[in-house]
Write a protein that binds this ligand. Sequence first.
Ligand code: IPE
Ligand code: IPE
Ligand code: MG
Length: 262
Amino acid sequence: MGNDKSFLSSTEQVPVTGDLPSHVAVIMDGNGRWAKQHNLPRIAGHRRGLESVRHIVKACADNGIPYLTLFAFSSENWRRPPSEVNLLMELFTNALEHKARKLHENGVCLRILGNTSPFGPKIRMLIQRAETLTRDNRDLHLTIAANYGGRWDITEACRQIARHVEAGQLNVEQLNEETVRCNLATAFLPEPDLFIRTGGEQRISNFMLWNLAYTELYFTDTLWPDFDLSKFEDALSSFAERQRRFGRTGDQLGDKRRVRNA
Ligand code: IPE
Ligand code: IPE
Ligand code: MG
């Protein structure tokens, strides 16, 4: 495992300013507050949030953005009242049951990211069925993070690496960043280019801690159920203005910039 070439991070290559992101990762926050604003139960906000999911999935497919990762349920969200957790599980079950075929027809490859073992047998079966159905699709890689936590992911990777060392398959001196990366549950994903958090909070809340090292961060007060196509365009426009440097100086990179829609 690990050689000089694979040690290079994917952030070595600086993308041209103005390009669209290849991977967008989103913390879909604010469903509860949206419901409160509308005098509705919190679950109505989560239900409405599914509409925003539909819009952003379509927008990514239409714009040729190949990777979209959505944070749906964190490893800390079990701390919520059991009634809300149960309703969220119901919503998740329903979405898996009724949306997988449509996603498949639209060329979407669906993956669930996270520790699925605490989910009931029905959810686990539906996850397996949806992933198998859509696994060869390449138009859009849609990843739903469910019972996911960045610290969980890094801890599990450490456990896996320790097993390799214990079994004599890996020498400790050979361990490098690529060893860690490829043992993460997110190993099948490229690094996110753009991170979006709706709902006004400016924090990461244990999402993709390893992967966000060089991601452009975008925070908006818009609540997730109100996050429509024009709000997504705003995030893309903000991203298009940013010069990524990955440690270099701006002068080293020159003013390479792609003009969109020109
Ligand atoms: C995000 O919306 C969805 C989940 C965490 C499941 P919230 O439910 O956190 O909404 P707010 O933050 O309470 O408004
Ligand atoms: C983060 O939102 C998790 C998801 C959107 C799934 P939270 O609402 O759980 O985050 P905190 O608790 O406000 O940090
Ligand atoms: Mg929240």
